[in-house]
Design a protein around this ligand. Structure first.
Ligand SMILES: [Zn+2]
Length: 263
């Protein structure tokens, strides 16, 4: 496909922060290889061990990286949206996926083959820098999730996930099933129901039939654990990221069930 002005315009107005930050000459290099794709909710992009043959730059969809256990249990280790890309390290060299990558929130993305992106990566210092920085940010995201999943309450992690998702989409409405939420948080569906009802009773969300409406962001920020801010700040420090929603400057509330402060 020849590089077209239409495609140039689409990329320049991209809501993917990585693509939007590329210089014009890099956009020239990459533009002819990008394909606009619509990703359906629940679409399986990679399973562990799959060759990463394409890289996805989300515009308004959200992709979860899930770690799978032999029992079939799963838990989310990172979320990828407009601040980043799925499979970006495949720009450096051939890779196999370490996680299950599944579309949690449907939307649009730009797709490029790993081979084509590798060609651009070889010629573009800017892209090489972005790939390095994104790799650091994603690692920081994942290790924060390790601590979060072990130490923080389901309620705090639910709010963290919802805020992270809210940063990456264009609306206040997130379509989520109990099953997806339970998988992301590594808990039973009944636990998700209890937490959702609690947050709804507090006026922070409206939850019905697999749809969550964010009603009170500051209220959710007050309950979310520190991991929400930590991960967001990591992306903002390392990458050209400008999330729309402001975030309060105060520390998150201590996790529910955390031991009381002493001294
Ligand atoms: Zn946490």
């Amino acid at each position: 496909m020849a590089f077209s002005q239409a495609m140039t315009g689409a990329i320049q107005s991209s809501s993917n922060f990585l693509l939007a930050s590329l210089a014009a000459e890099d956009l020239e290099r990459i533009g002819s290889s990008l394909t606009a794709v619509s990703l359906e909710k629940g679409a399986l992009l990679y399973d562990p061990g799959d060759e990463v043959d394409a890289v996805y730059f989300p515009h308004n969809c959200v992709i979860s990286l899930m770690t799978l256990m032999q029992t079939g249990e799963a838990i989310e280790s990172a979320t990828i949206g407009r601040e980043g890309a799925l499979g970006l390290l495949a720009a450096v060299s051939p890779r196999q996926s370490l996680s299950r990558a599944i579309v949690q929130v449907a939307g649009n993305a730009a797709r490029i083959s790993a081979a084509d992106l590798h060609s651009v990566w070889q010629e573009s210092p800017r892209l090489r820098d972005l790939v390095d920085r994104h790799s650091d940010a994603l690692f920081g995201h994942a290790i924060q999730s390790v601590a979060c999943n072990a130490l923080h309450s389901v309620e705090a992690r639910f709010c963290r996930w919802l805020l992270s998702c809210h940063d990456r989409i264009d609306t206040d409405r997130v379509a989520l099933t109990q099953e997806f939420l339970a998988d992301m948080l590594g808990v039973q569906r009944t636990t998700v129901t209890v937490v959702a009802r609690t947050l709804q009773a507090a006026g922070l969300i409206r939850y019905s039939r697999g749809v969550v409406d964010v009603l009170d962001r500051p209220g959710l920020e007050a309950i979310a654990c520190e991991c929400y801010r930590a991960v967001r700040q990591t992306y903002e420090r390392l990458l050209p990221v400008q999330f729309d929603a402001e975030v309060g400057t105060g520390p998150g509330r201590p996790a529910v069930g955390a031991p009381p402060q002493t001294g």
